[in-house]
Design a protein around this ligand. Structure first.
Ligand code: ADP
Length: 452
């Protein structure tokens, strides 16, 4: 049994049974058995089941949100959004079974067709930062394309995934089509990765584990999608709406207590606007509401665990005190609370500027030219997201094209929409999730030539 801890209080609130490697084997065997019937279900019937699943998620959204508040320390507003995102992703991909088109390609001597075929059993490995959405980004398109899924949630946050699988069954998904196996990464997760009957792994987590997963997959030429870390820039040109950019910047990095791979944790401000930006920005930081997770007005909660608190504290303790321009307040007592923290006067090679902190910590750095900015923005090994604030759209587009990252936003800090592709450049990942093309990551293209 594994004790689950409420991040806001530090208290154990429940224990869960962890799945052994043999337990994973059993789940994979059931998924394999369930596959042919699920693959062969009429497309409209598969679509209908996914829509019913979405409807039941909607009906249970408050329950799911409250589970996440207790298990992951999310604010109730965020957790409601996350349950809604699961509903939306299921609804979006419920349209896919009837639109999984192949092509007819002109060839000599016959007729040529392509068919998109499901892979079989797909393993989805989920981290603790957004347990519900990241699970759905894997299982919804995988199921829509006709695969069966075995999903391993993070050790610390299995509860919403377990509940989602139950809701799926209630909606009418056949047994074995979507299974959740709570378990330890190096045991249950590793077994999914090495299991010969698992045809594809969707992994979201740290770059270190992601690299190991990719190496394991290579041994079997197993398909793999990776969503890893980030150290995303938030770029503010002097001609931007400075007040708006500054007001939104805290939420671009402190949301989910900074435990977001898209967190805009490096702010770059054109030097001539730096002081004006900082005035508005620090003001906005003071306004971030940290506290009671069940209060709808709360904007930031605790970190996930004591270990994460220690990690984030370590990063901040290594920053010279005079460079900490602001540190907010958090509830006292137990729980893994860490205050919103702003660091200035950093050099490009500083640890705090290069490494993913995964906590509510942001650096602010002035820049003097577009050329210098692009160099700074591309310095890290990551390339997931970024924002560009400017009223000059030509420049905003030019810089969007120059920043090596998968998800750029202009005059906005939002990265994720279920209908648009999401994923990283460089060491932030491999492949894309969400959007119209995600099905391609869960199918093989078969080419059939018919001689006439
Ligand atoms: P984080 O730093 O977000 O915890 P991890 O990469 O450690 O990131 O964990 C992400 C997911 O990967 C979790 O579900 C975890 O249990 C799983 N995991 C950890 N180690 C392994 C492994 N060796 N093989 C497969 N999955 C793993």
């Amino acid at each position: 049994m594994y004790d689950l801890i409420n991040p806001a209080t530090g208290a154990v609130f429940r224990s869960v049974e962890m799945t052994s490697a043999e337990g994973v084997d059993d789940a994979v065997a059931r998924a394999r058995e369930a596959f042919p019937a699920w693959r062969d279900l009429a497309p409209a019937d598969r679509a209908r089941l996914l829509r019913r699943f979405a409807d039941l998620v909607e009906a249970h959204s408050e329950e799911l949100a409250r589970i996440e508040v207790e298990n992951a320390g999310h604010t109730i507003s965020n957790a409601r959004w996350e349950a809604g995102n699961v509903r939306d992703v299921l609804t979006y991909y419920s349209a896919a079974p009837e639109r999984l088109f192949g092509r007819q390609i002109p060839v000599a001597g016959g007729l040529d067709l392509t068919v998109a075929e499901p892979l079989g059993v797909v393993g989805v490995i989920v981290p603790w930062n957004f347990p519900m959405p990241i699970a759905a980004w894997g299982f919804a398109p995988a199921l829509a394309a006709g695969n069966t899924v075995v999903l391993k949630p993070a050790e610390t946050t299995p509860l919403t995934a377990v509940r989602l699988a139950e809701i799926g069954l209630e909606a009418g998904l056949p047994e074995g089509v979507l299974q959740v196996v709570p378990g330890f990464g190096p045991e249950a997760g590793a077994r999914l990765v090495e299991h010969p009957d698992v045809r594809k792994i969707v992994f979201t987590g740290s770059s270190k584990v992601g690299q190991a997963v990719m190496a394991q997959c290579a041994a079997r030429v197993k398909r793999v999608t990776l969503e890893l870390g980030g150290k995303s820039p938030n770029i503010v040109f002097a001609d931007a709406d400075i007040e708006k950019a500054a007001a939104s910047a805290p939420y671009g990095v402190f949301d989910n207590a900074g435990q977001d791979c898209c967190a805009r944790s490096r702010i770059y401000v054109e030097a001539s606007a730096y002081n004006e930006f900082m005035d508005h920005f620090l003001n906005a930081c003071r306004g971030v509401v940290v506290g009671d997770l069940l209060d709808e007005k709360t904007e930031m909660g605790p970190l996930i665990s004591a270990a994460q608190h220690e990690r984030v504290s370590g990063f901040v303790s290594r920053v010279p005190a005079e460079r900490i321009a602001y540190q907010g307040e958090v509830p006292g007592g137990a729980g893994f609370w860490f205050p919103p923290t702003v660091v200035t006067d950093v050099a490009p090679g500083d640890e705090i500027q290069c490494e993913e902190v995964f906590g509510p910590v942001v650096t602010v750095t002035p820049f003097f030219s577009e050329e210098q900015l692009i160099e700074l923005a591309n310095l890290t090994r990551y390339g997931l997201s970024g924002s560009i604030w400017s009223r000059d759209l030509s420049r905003a587009l030019r810089v969007s094209r120059a920043v090596q990252a998968g998800n750029l936003s202009v005059n906005s800090n939002s990265s994720v929409r279920y209908s648009t592709p999401f994923g990283g450049y460089k060491q932030s990942g491999l492949g894309r999730e969400l959007g119209p093309d995600a099905l391609a990551a869960f199918t093989e293209t078969k080419n059939i030539f018919i001689a006439l």
